[in-house]
Structure formats: structure tokens, C-alpha cells
Design a protein around this ligand. Structure first.
Ligand code: ADP
Ligand code: MG
Length: 240
């Protein structure tokens, strides 16, 4: 679904991504872990073309994406992204948030968009909140709306950048359950998280990044029980 080849990205003199190679297969859940500043968000943002790589290739569904010639908005429609801070439209209701992009960007009929949005709200357990404004929701509910809103564009891949990091501890579980359900339905996902339980249980592959490089990758259970690299061991000893 996504192939990243020798990706390099710098901000000024700061070399943030160094020769990143990565493959995300259809229906696979890849979990990215690593210390703050190791380049996880930048990697996700490059995969969504919110940042443009300096060198290397991003191949999406078999097509090498050239930012100069491809319509990046069209590519972005197929790659959903959920952020730490939910970025809902505060002056729109839950339902309006979910139908906004399908109606405005995809030009889908409003009645159809509402029907699909209701299915998604049902999936994330928030049908009864359809007419509420985001300010009336808990953080966990807001994040579930953000997930529904992203799904409304029918993406092929979902990228999650620390989706539970801004939540009170008691609200983390409900968002993880929603993500787990999505994974079990076969959604292709790349997830940056500090939730090691989720990584172990749901991840097909775990990637540990340090200082812009991939240090270790493999089956999450194998890495947690027996990390090969000292750096991975050191990191895991702090977070497990
Ligand atoms: P992580 O998500 O793993 O914490 P990031 O990808 O956010 O790491 O950041 C990696 C490095 O790149 C950090 O040193 C960060 O300060 C820097 N960085 C990220 N975005 C920008 C930017 N837009 N301009 C300059 N530096 C940036
Ligand atoms: Mg980050």
C-alpha cells in the first residue's frame, strides 16, 4: 500500500529523517515508537505529503508520487490522518464535522453524506452526540469524532500521530478500542504511539526510531521480549 524508499528530510541544517525504508502492506498495522524528536511525526507527515521529502521515494498503491506532477490533494484524500489534538471545527456539530469534507471536497450529496456519517458515528459509538458541539465532548469523544471524520473520506490508509497522548488516562481506552476495531476490519494503519499494550496486541510490525533512523523493526512481541539492539532495549526499559 505504501512503500518508503531511502527517504531523507531536513529542516535547515537539521537532518530529521535518514534513509528511511519502510513498507506498509494492505490491512497491516505498523506501529512507530521512539523518543520525542526522533522523527516519527515528520515521517507520517511525509507519508501524507504535509511535508515534502528532500530525497527518496514514496510509492503509494504502486504509483511513485512526484510532488511536482501529482495532485497531492487527491493523494491526501486517500490517506487519513488523526492528530494528537483533534482539530475539530469548533463551530460545527459532530455530524457537520463528519460530513464537511465528503460534501465540500468530494461533492457527495448531503443526504448520502449524512447517511454515511451516521454509520461512522455508530461505529465509534457517538450517534447520540450528532448534534453536539465539540466543546461539549470529552477528549476521548472528540478523538473518536476525529477518527469518524477521517474515515468519512474512505481513505485507503489511516495515519495516527499519538492519538491518545493528549487524553486523560481514563479516556485512552475508548480511543484504543475504536482503533483496534478499525484494525480488525482490515484498515491499513500506521500508528505513532506510546501505548505499548496496543503496539503488542494490534501491531503487525513495530518500528523503533532513534535520531531519524530506524534502529530496529520486527514483530512487536519479539522486540518487546527480546530487543536485538542495545538502544531499543534502553528505550523499552523506560517505557515498558
Ligand atoms: P517526533 O514526532 O518523533 O517527536 P518530529 O518528527 O516531530 O519528532 O521532529 C523531529 C525533529 O525535527 C525535531 O528535532 C523537531 O524539532 C524537528 N522539526 C519538526 N518539524 C519541524 C519544522 N517544521 N521545522 C523545523 N524543525 C522541525
Ligand atoms: Mg511527534
Amino acid at each position: 500500500m505504501i512503500k518508503v524508499v531511502k527517504l531523507n528530510k531536513s529542516f535547515g541544517n537539521l537532518h530529521v529523517l535518514k534513509d528511511i525504508d519502510m513498507t506498509v502492506k494492505e490491512s497491516e498495522v505498523v506501529v512507530l515508537i521512539g523518543a520525542s524528536g526522533s522523527g516519527k511525526s515528520t515521517l507520517l507527515r511525509c507519508m501524507n505529503f504535509l511535508e515534502i521529502k528532500d530525497e527518496g521515494d514514496i510509492i503509494f498503491d504502486g504509483n511513485k508520487i512526484d510532488p511536482k506532477t501529482h495532485n497531492l490533494n487527491k493523494v491526501r484524500e486517500r490517506v487519513g490522518m488523526v492528530f494528537q489534538h483533534f482539530n475539530l471545527f469548533p463551530h460545527k456539530t459532530v455530524l457537520e464535522n463528519v460530513i464537511e469534507a465528503p460534501v465540500k471536497v468530494k461533492k457527495i450529496q448531503k443526504s448520502q453524506a449524512v447517511e454515511e456519517a451516521m454509520e461512522l458515528l455508530n461505529k465509534v459509538g457517538l450517534v447520540d452526540k450528532r448534534d453536539e458541539y465539540p466543546s461539549k465532548l470529552s477528549g476521548g469523544q472528540k478523538q473518536r469524532v476525529a477518527i469518524a471524520r477521517s474515515l468519512a473520506m474512505k481513505p485507503d490508509v489511516m495515519l495516527f500521530d499519538e492519538p491518545t497522548s493528549a487524553l486523560d488516562p481514563e479516556l485512552v481506552g475508548e480511543v484504543l478500542i475504536t482503533m483496534k476495531q478499525l484494525a480488525s476490519e482490515g484498515m491499513t494503519m500506521v500508528v505513532v504511539t506510546h501505548e505499548m499494550g496496543f503496539a503488542r496486541e494490534v501491531g503487525d510490525e513495530l518500528i523503533y526510531m532513534h535520531d531519524g533512523k530506524i534502529v530496529e523493526r520486527g514483530n512487536p512481541k519479539d522486540i518487546f521480549s527480546n530487543p536485538k539492539m542495545d538502544r531499543t532495549r534502553e528505550f523499552l526499559s523506560k517505557v515498558l
